[in-house]
Structure formats: structure tokens, C-alpha cells
Design a protein around this ligand. Structure first.
Ligand code: ASP
Length: 435
């Protein structure tokens, strides 16, 4: 029986875990009542989900540091990194442009804020998000953030799980190995072997994904219920629709189909495991090892690209978040009866893009930073906190969808830059992953 279960392709098992988790969580809520179900889920189910998330997070730094060093040395020429970097950032900006436009379009068509009174968010709700907003804001201004990419102590950066400084350091070590030449061969071989070992461990942890996803989904459903979606009604509809279009039309049809001339079916099958984990964890950071392994193993993206483009993407490329920030701005404007000018639409698009770049790949990061976007349409800080406090209790189910979008975009861009560099193994990409 277990052998038969194991013989099912991983993405299908993850999907089964997701659906089972959803059903079990909802059944618990219906059968035990909200309070008991919440308590039971928090104490007896969540720890399994947390264990899974911790296992993947454990791999982030070892995976990025080894894979990236090997990737850079495999490139053979540091100059290639410049081209790769420039193409990646350009593609990230282009996809985010589509995302923001879609968010604004859906927010305008669906009118999620019309007739909503967000002032009902009580003082308690405001107090509870206030501290979280301050923590999310603590990263400082743009100059500080850029400076922080250079680690003063790489060991500390590794220990703190700081992704961008780790990328920076690993790239330099890779370049160092390249320019040192033969003397550095032992170091190079060490990293090659280490990258292989860490990937093996990642694949082992991925085998637990169906159970982790099941536990996380059951916990979310038991504690939040699905009525969240109805409660947030049009806001959820606008977000889910825009994210769905972004995933299928922009990543699938436009990038994979038209630009790369590759089969969409394989792209979607290849990323399904990562999407399932992103959906249930609501964190692109926590999903990162799975995203890297899907891109490498299922889609044939070379280590040099997967190891650099994807960690960068998990940190700065958040299309689902950009969509959401645009929709939240329109939500607040509509609820407050504000008419936006074309210039304000442009400002929302620009700040939503910047905030999505600055947001961390952790749950609710996007919403907690929404005040900046709200400020540009004339919603003051106090009102902004009210809007955030109003949405926050329902944010998880919205976050799940935007995180899924975020990582899908990272992989589509990784496939694109890999193909342009001759670093995409199309035989692997095209293989039939249906079994
Ligand atoms: N949770 C999202 C992510 O990790 C960020 C957000 O809150 O929009 O990608």
C-alpha cells in the first residue's frame, strides 16, 4: 500500500495532501465547532506543519551557498554573470509590470472596496497589527537595504539566514575560485560534492511535502474556515482572478509558450510541488529549496541559473504581492469614496512595485507594508492601519494565492534566462512528468 502511494508522482501526492488537508480541516471545524477545532488544530496538527517548514528552512542557506558557488564556477566566465543578472532583473520588472496592471484592472472592474466599512476594525485589531507593521517596516530605507547586501561578517549572514548577503558572498567565492585557477580545484570539488549532498537532502525532505502540506492546510482550514473567502468577497475574487491570469496567461502562455516555445503542460507539472508548498506555507522563502529543486530536476534549469535567479526572485520578485498591493489601494480608495486620478494610478503602480521588491518572502509581509502604497493616494497612516487591521484576520487565504504566484513567476523567469543562456536542458523540461 505504502509502496503504491510512493510510486505516485510527487506533485500528485502533494495535491492529494492539499485537498485532504482542506477537507479534514473543514470537517473538524464543522464537527467540533470553531473554538475546539482551533485549539485542537493549534496543538495537535500545526506542529507537524511547523516541523515540515523548519525542515525546508533548514536547507535554504546550505542550498543557496553551495549551489551558487558551483553555478558560478560552472559558468567559467564571471562576465556571464553580468548578462545573467541584467536579463533576470529586466524580466522580473517586466513580469511585475504585468502584475501591477492586472491588479489595478481587477480592482477597478470588481470594485472590492465599494460599500465596505473598514472602520469597524476595532482598537484591539489595530493594536495587534501595529507592532507587526513596525517590525515589517524595520528594514530601513532603500540605501540601508542595499548596503545590507554586503555582509560585514559572512558567517553571521549565514547564521542569520540572510538570503541576499549569502548570494553576494557565494558569487564572490565562485568568482574567487574561477580566477584562482588550478590551486582552487580542491575547494571547487568540495562545493560540487556539497551541492550534490544538500540537493539529496532536499529531495528527501520533499518526500515529506504531502504530509506537511496536509497538516498546514488542515490547520488553516480548521482555524480560519473557508468563510474567509466569502467574508473578503470581492477582494478575494479580484486577487484570485488576477493571480490566476498572471500564472496562466503571463507565465504560461506568454513566457513559456510564446517566448520560449516550450510546452505549458510540462511547466505547470514541473512547478506543481513548489506551488503546493507555497500555497500551504504562504512563504516564498520557506518554499525556496523546493522551488530550486523543481526548477533543476523537473524543468532542466541549470544550477548556475536556479541557484542565483530563484533565491533572488524569492527575495525581490513578488508579482502576487504587487497585484495585491494595487488591489488593496483601490479597496481603500473605494471604501473611502476617493476618486483616483490617472497620476495616482501611476503612483500606486510604482509604489506597489517597489514595496513588493522590498517585502520579505514571509507570511503577510505584503499586507503589513501596504501603508506606503496607501499613503500615495492620500490615505493617512492612521487610516492605513485601520485598513490593514480590517484585512489582516483574513489575510492567510489571500497570502496563499499571492505566494503561489510569486514563486511561479520566479520559475518562469528562471526558465527564460536559462534558455537564453543555453542553460536549459530541454529534454528534461519536455520529459513527460505525468506518471
Ligand atoms: N507571503 C508572501 C511571500 O512569501 C509575501 C506577501 O505577503 O505578499 O511570498
Amino acid at each position: 500500500m505504502f509502496g503504491k502511494w510512493q510510486s505516485i508522482t510527487l506533485w500528485k501526492r502533494v495535491l492529494i495532501g492539499l485537498v485532504l488537508g482542506l477537507v479534514i480541516g473543514l470537517a473538524m471545524r464543522a464537527g467540533l465547532g470553531e473554538a475546539t477545532a482551533t485549539e485542537f488544530a493549534n496543538t495537535a496538527i500545526k506542529p507537524f506543519g511547523d516541523a515540515f517548514v523548519r525542515l525546508i528552512k533548514m536547507l535554504i542557506i546550505p542550498l543557496i551557498s553551495t549551489t551558487l558557488v558551483v553555478g558560478v564556477t560552472a559558468m567559467g566566465d564571471p562576465k556571464k554573470l553580468g548578462t545573467l543578472g541584467a536579463r533576470t532583473i529586466l524580466m522580473y520588472l517586466v513580469t511585475t509590470f504585468f502584475a501591477v496592471s492586472l491588479g489595478l484592472l481587477m480592482g477597478t472592474l470588481i470594485q472590492p472596496g465599494k460599500g465596505v466599512d473598514y472602520e469597524v476594525a476595532g482598537a484591539e485589531a489595530v493594536d495587534s497589527v501595529q507592532g507587526k507593521i513596525e517590525t515589517a517596516d524595520a528594514a530601513g530605507g532603500i540605501v540601508d537595504r542595499l548596503l545590507a547586501i554586503i555582509p560585514t561578517n559572512p558567517v553571521e549572514a549565514l547564521a542569520n539566514g540572510a538570503v541576499l548577503p549569502t548570494i553576494f558572498f557565494a558569487i564572490l567565492i565562485g568568482i574567487g575560485i574561477l580566477v584562482t585557477g588550478a590551486v582552487a580545484d580542491p575547494v571547487k570539488h568540495f562545493f560540487e560534492a556539497a551541492a550534490e549532498v544538500v540537493m539529496r537532502v532536499t529531495l528527501m525532505v520533499m518526500e515529506l511535502a504531502p504530509y506537511g502540506v496536509l497538516a498546514l492546510m488542515a490547520w488553516v482550514m480548521a482555524t480560519q474556515g473557508i468563510e474567509v473567502i466569502w467574508n473578503m468577497g470581492k477582494l478575494a475574487l479580484a486577487l484570485y482572478l488576477a493571480c490566476g491570469i498572471q500564472i496562466f496567461l503571463v507565465y504560461g502562455l506568454l513566457i513559456v509558450g510564446c517566448l520560449l516555445k516550450l510546452p505549458l503542460k510540462q511547466y505547470f507539472r514541473g512547478i506543481a510541488d513548489a506551488q503546493g508548498v507555497a500555497f500551504s506555507t504562504a512563504s516564498s522563502n520557506a518554499t525556496l529549496p523546493i522551488t530550486i529543486s523543481c526548477a533543476e530536476k523537473n524543468l532542466g534549469v541549470d544550477k548556475s541559473v536556479a541557484g542565483s535567479v530563484l533565491p533572488l526572485g524569492a527575495t525581490i520578485n513578488m508579482d502576487g504581492t504587487a497585484i495585491y498591493l494595487g488591489i488593496v489601494a483601490l479597496f481603500a480608495a473605494q471604501a473611502g469614496g476617493l476618486e483616483l486620478t490617472a497620476v495616482q494610478y501611476g503612483m500606486v503602480a510604482l509604489t506597489a512595485t517597489l514595496v513588493s521588491i522590498g517585502a520579505a518572502g514571509i507570511p503577510s509581509a505584503g499586507l503589513l507594508l501596504a501603508a506606503t502604497v496607501l499613503n500615495v493616494i492620500g490615505v493617512g497612516n492612521e487610516q492605513a492601519v485601520l485598513v490593514i487591521a480590517f484585512i489582516f484576520p483574513f489575510d492567510r487565504l489571500l497570502d496563499m494565492m499571492r505566494t503561489t504566484t510569486n514563486i511561479s513567476g520566479d520559475v518562469a523567469v528562471a526558465c527564460a534566462v536559462a534558455k537564453w543562456d543555453g542553460n536549459l536542458d530541454e529534454d528534461v523540461f519536455r520529459q513527460d512528468a505525468s506518471v
